[in-house]
Design a protein. Structure first.
Length: 427
C-alpha cells in the first residue's frame, strides 16, 4: 500500500486528537517473533497429476474482452443453482445504522468435493470473483461468497453518498463477525451434506479469516483454509516526508496502530492514498505502462477487474438484496489503514496459536502490497500452517497469468483433497 504525505499529516492530527486512547492501544501491542524464529516458506511445487486435474478459465477469455460478471455467472449456472440473498450484519456506529450484507451461493448440482467459502480482499467483491467462482464450481465444489461491509454490493459505511467509493471500515472486528455469521448460515444450508466446508481467502480476507479461525477454534464450521497472499501486515510505502518518517510510518503500522472504538470527525474518512474509483480506472486505462503495477502480470485480467467492479448490483440481483448500487471502491481511508494495521497485527500475533484447522498459505515473491515476514510469523505461530511461495507472483495471485494462477489453484484444491482424505500434514 502506498500512502501520501496528506495521510501522514492527517495521522499526526489523529494521534493528537486520540491522545491516551492511542497510547493505550500502543501499550497492548505484543512483541513480534524474532527473525530466527520465523519459519521459511518452501517454493510451491505442484505435482503433474494435480496440475492436469484442475480445470481453469484461460486468460484468453480476458484478452478477447472478457465476459461481464452476469455472463460469467450464466456459465456457472450450467453446473450450479445460484441463490442470491442478504443478511443484516453488525449495526454500524453510535447510531446503529443497519448494514446489509450481500451474498450468493453457487450450489453444484453434482457436488463431489465439498463447499468453499470465498473471503475477498480489500475493494473486491463477488462481481470480481466470478472467474474464480466458475473455476471452483467446474472442479466439483459448491461456492459461497459474501461482500464485505463497505464494498462490493454491501452497505457503504459513510453517510455521504458521494463518498461511496472510499475504502472505509467502521470496525475490523465487524468484518470478522460478519464472516462468522455467514459461515454459520452456510453450515445450516449444507445440513445433511457429508462433504466438508473449506475457506479460501485473499489479502485482507486472509486477516479476517485468520481472526475467525483463532476466535472460533474447534467451533468453526470450516475444515481447512487456504490463504492467498494474506494481509498480516500492509506494506506502508513512502510518505514523501523523508527517510526518518518513512521508518516511523512502517513502525507505526507494525506495532503502534490502534483500533479506536470511535471515529475522528473530519479525519477518519479522509482518503489515505489513491483517488476516486472512476479517476483511478481512467488513469490505469490511459497508462502506457500497465505492466508496471503491484497486483498482477496479467493486464487483461486487470482490465476486467476494473470493469467487474464497476458493475451494477441489479444486473444480477433483485434490488432488495443490494446494500449498494455498484461495486466501485478504490483507495483506503485513514480509519481503514489504522484498523487494518491493528487487526493484522492481532491476526499474526500470539492468538494465531489458537488456529486449530489446517492452513495452506501461499505468498508471492514479487508481492509489494503486504509483508512476507508477517506471513511467516503467522505460519510460525499457527500449528497447522504450511507456507509456500511462488517467486514470480505478485499480490493478486488469483488473477495472475495462467502460468502462475493455475498451479496455485491446483495446489489449493489438492490441499483440500488431502484434508478431506484425512491427511495429517497437507500442503
Amino acid at each position: 500500500m502506498v500512502t501520501s504525505p496528506t495521510f501522514w499529516r492527517a495521522a499526526q492530527a489523529a494521534l493528537a486528537a486520540a491522545g491516551l486512547a492511542l497510547l493505550a492501544g500502543c501499550a497492548s501491542a505484543p512483541p513480534p517473533l524474532p527473525a530466527s524464529a520465523l519459519r521459511d516458506f518452501a517454493p510451491l511445487v505442484v505435482t503433474p497429476a494435480r496440475l492436469a486435474a484442475v480445470q481453469t478459465t484461460p486468460e484468453r477469455f480476458s484478452q478477447m474482452g472478457g465476459m461481464t460478471p452476469a455472463q460469467m455467472e450464466a456459465r456457472t449456472r450450467e453446473f450450479a443453482d445460484v441463490r442470491v440473498g442478504h443478511f443484516m450484519g453488525v449495526p454500524s456506529g453510535w447510531a446503529k445504522r443497519p448494514v446489509k450484507i450481500h451474498h450468493r451461493s453457487y450450489l453444484h448440482r453434482q457436488e463431489s468435493r465439498g463447499g468453499i467459502v470465498l473471503v475477498p480482499g480489500f475493494t473486491e467483491g463477488l462481481a470480481h470473483y466470478q472467474e474464480l467462482v466458475h473455476d471452483l464450481v467446474a472442479n466439483g465444489y459448491s461456492v459461497y461468497i459474501h461482500d464485505h461491509r463497505g464494498q462490493g454490493f454491501s452497505t457503504r459505511l459513510l453517510a455521504d453518498a458521494a463518498e461511496g467509493d472510499k475504502g472505509h471500515i467502521d470496525q475490523f472486528d465487524h468484518l470478522v463477525a460478519d464472516l462468522a455469521s455467514f459461515a454459520l448460515q452456510v453450515q445450516a444450508q449444507r445440513t445433511g451434506n457429508p462433504r466438508p466446508l473449506f475457506a479460501l481467502a485473499h489479502s485482507m480476507g486472509g486477516a479476517v479469516l485468520a481472526l475467525h479461525l483463532a476466535r472460533a477454534g474447534d467451533a468453526t464450521p470450516l475444515a481447512a483454509a487456504a490463504l492467498v497472499t494474506p494481509m498480516f501486515e500492509p506494506t506502508i510505502g513512502q510518505t514523501g516526508l523523508g527517510a526518518r518518517l518513512d521508518r516511523a510510518a512502517a513502525r507505526w503500522c507494525d506495532g503502534l496502530a490502534a483500533r479506536l472504538p470511535f471515529q475522528l470527525p473530519g479525519l477518519s474518512a479522509q482518503r489515505a492514498a489513491g483517488q476516486g474509483f472512476d479517476a483511478a480506472r481512467a488513469a490505469f486505462e490511459a497508462s502506457s505502462t500497465k505492466q508496471d503495477n503491484d497486483l498482477s502480470h496479467s493486464v487483461p485480467r486487470l482490465m476486467r477487474r476494473w470493469a467487474d467492479r464497476a458493475s451494477a448490483c441489479t444486473d444480477t440481483s433483485a434490488p432488495e438484496h443490494c446494500g449498494h448500487a455498484d461495486a466501485k471502491v478504490e483507495g483506503p481511508t485513514l480509519r481503514w489503514v489504522s484498523q487494518a494495521c491493528s487487526a493484522a497485527r492481532e491476526a499474526r500475533g500470539p492468538g494465531a496459536a489458537a488456529v486449530t484447522r489446517p492452513v495452506l498459505l501461499i505468498n508471492g515473491g514479487q508481492d509489494t502490497v503486504v509483508e512476507a515476514d508477517a506471513q511467516r510469523e503467522f505460519c510460525s505461530r499457527a500449528p497447522g500452517c504450511v507456507g509456500q511461495t511462488m517467486p514470480g507472483a505478485r499480490h493478486g495471485l488469483l488473477f495472475e497469468t495462467d502460468d502462475l494462477r493455475t498451479p496455485a489453484l491446483a495446489q489449493m484444491l489438492g490441499f483440500f483433497d488431502c484434508v478431506r482424505g484425512g491427511g495429517r500434514r497437507c500442503g
